[in-house]
Design a protein around this ligand. Structure first.
Ligand SMILES: NC(=O)C1=CN([C@@H]2O[C@H](COP(=O)(O)OP(=O)(O)OC[C@H]3O[C@@H](n4cnc5c(N)ncnc54)[C@H](O)[C@@H]3O)[C@@H](O)[C@H]2O)[C@@H](O)CC1
Ligand SMILES: Nc1ncnc2c1ncn2[C@@H]1O[C@H](COP(=O)(O)OP(=O)(O)O)[C@@H](O)[C@H]1O
Ligand SMILES: [K+]
Length: 482
């Protein structure tokens, strides 16, 4: 599935029309599907539809007509000046005898649901004046808001903070990058010819359908030496902060992602856990001879991080570079060696790699992930919400994961998990996408069951559960499809 920009969406709409597909049909399906979502979420609670003068407003008129037909009390306030499909949709509504009043007279109160049909993909620049005030009033009302296509105002401020959003035809960039504003996300099929949605030049959204075939097979004859062995190199012994558990969590992540054997190379004195690992206590960052197919390096490495990574380079294996191994000179060395390495920075580490602030990273995660991938010629996992995976020109956004994962050690688990998939033979981009997806899904399953307060080791323990759901075709979609 591809992530559309508003421009790409307009192009697809335009192509459908050029093929002879009537655009009014798209609008009819959009409004009808949104009405269905409204009924599912709010039943017969009275609706106040706020419609702009563009096609987003047109979707609002269609929704109003369908709600009316279902016996919902609807009040409609609309901007003046509709043309084309939006005007036809307005006339169809008027034919049902409903009054459409000027937007300036908009009023709403307790016991009503607001439908935001003000602006969609046609917004140019931030809202100001009357519209900014209207949007702020809608948010301040505390009433539920169903946004059509996009919460109005996005990607700028101010914007509507929706309870739920129905995205039409495809997910657009703000749906994933500014997800907080969207509330519960629905993706509505509105009848666009399918080939128009297949755009290889756009970023991908990782779907269960696309990832399931990547799951490494486990033949009957599998043994612990045949399904992927992982070496974990990390930890630090000296002055300053010590994350002694970090490499242990990576080892756990690797095992729980299906590794046959995990070798743990860590400073003397590191707890000998998990029990299932093969331990190699060392007095300084060194690479002992290991029979493994992939490495995870840097977790808890502190001042040893760089040395761990440069030692690990000698193995010439697919490697996940995490945490303290994430330095420009390390990434450069792996690029020169032509090794399939996966960098797994969070915003702070990505900023360090590129020489920008974490805030700058947060403003443009897609651009930053791509810039890192191009600069170092490696695979990049830029962690956050959403996590972005980049390699060359390819970009993939991960739809799973939630704020319950914002707790110490979950990134270490991820590094080990991706290394296990590399060891099982997946290419780096695929290992990264699948690892990130399953790690996020594990977090989602746990959050659903327990809420906030997860431990990183529990996330590792939930990886087989996530993997099983995906393998059986039962992985829940993070967005409802209508
Ligand atoms: N064939 C299509 O194009 C379809 C479009 N659909 C809907 O149409 C939407 C896009 O429609 P439009 O392209 O008409 O655009 P919108 O309806 O999103 O908004 C365009 C209107 O907003 C005004 N405007 C733009 N920026 C503004 C600002 N900063 N302050 C105040 N006014 C501003 C423009 O002058 C224009 O009147 C989609 O989001 C979707 O909801 C759906 O009906 C499905 C089919
Ligand atoms: N708000 C959030 N939504 C989704 N995922 C999150 C959120 N916060 C953290 N995560 C995930 O949790 C992990 C945290 O990794 P990281 O910051 O490296 O932690 P640590 O260094 O403690 O292991 C990443 O996979 C990240 O994507
Ligand atoms: K809208």
């Amino acid at each position: 599935m591809r992530l559309f920009t508003p421009e790409a969406m307009r192009e697809a709409d335009g192509k459908a029309v050029a093929l002879g597909y009537p655009s009014l049909l798209l609008m009819e399906w959009a409004g009808m599907k949104a009405a269905r979502v409204y009924l599912d979420l709010f039943g017969k609670v009275p609706a106040v539809v706020l419609a702009g003068k563009g096609n987003n407003g047109g979707d609002g008129f269609v929704l109003a007509r369908h709600l009316l037909l279902e016996g919902v009390r609807v009040r409609v306030f609309a901007a003046e000046g509709q043309e084309g499909d939006a005007l036809l949709a307005k006339r169809a509504l008027l034919a049902h005898g409903l009054e459409v009043r000027p937007l300036e007279e908009a009023s709403f109160g307790p016991g009503e649901v607001l439908v935001d049909a003000l602006f969609g993909t046609g917004l140019k620049g931030p809202l100001s004046g009357f519209y900014a005030g209207l949007v702020e009033g809608m948010n301040a009302s505390g009433l539920p808001i169903l946004a059509l296509d996009l919460p109005s105002g996005l990607p700028y401020a101010p914007h509507v903070r929706a309870t739920a959003t129905v995205a039409f035809a495809a997910l657009k960039t703000p749906h994933l990058l500014l997800r907080e504003a969207c509330g519960k996300l629905y993706l509505a099929e509105i009848g666009l010819p399918k080939p128009l949605l297949e755009r290889e030049d756009l970023p991908q959204v990782a779907t269960p359908e696309a990832l399931r075939p990547l799951l490494p097979k486990r033949p009957l004859t599998a043994h612990k030496g045949s399904v992927g062995r992982v070496g974990v190199l990390g930890g630090y012994r000296g002055e300053g902060l010590r994350y002694a558990g970090a490499p242990l969590l990576a080892a756990l992540g690797a095992y729980r992602m299906g590794a046959g054997l995990v070798h743990l190379v860590a400073p003397e004195g590191t707890p000998l856990e998990p029990l299932e690992a093969v331990f190699h206590p060392v007095s300084s960052p060194t690479l002992p001879p290991l029979k493994v197919e992939a490495l995870a390096v840097g977790m808890g490495g502190g001042p040893w991080g760089k040395a761990w990574a440069l030692e690990a380079l000698k193995a010439g294996l697919p490697t996940v570079l995490d945490a303290d191994a994430l330095h420009p000179e390390v990434a450069e060395a792996y690029r020169k060696a032509g090794l399939p390495a996966v960098l797994t920075p969070h915003a702070g580490e990505a900023g360090r790699l590129l020489g920008v602030s974490p805030e700058e990273v947060g403003k443009d995660p897609l651009g930053v992930a791509q810039a890192l991938a191009e600069r170092f010629g490696l695979t990049v996992v830029l962690k956050g919400n959403p996590t972005v995976v980049a390699e060359g020109k390819r970009l993939s956004l991960n739809p799973t994961g939630n704020p319950a994962l914002a707790t110490g050690g979950t990134g270490d688990v991820l590094a080990g998990a991706i290394a296990a998939l590399l060891a099982a033979g997946l290419p780096p981009f695929e290992a990264a996408r699948l690892g990130v997806y399953l790690h996020g899904l594990a977090g989602d399953l746990l959050a659903e069951e327990k809420g906030v307060g997860l431990l990183a080791r529990e996330v590792a323990e939930a990886l087989p559960w996530a993997r099983k759901l995906l393998a059986e075709g039962r992985a829940p979609w993070p967005f409802s499809r209508v």
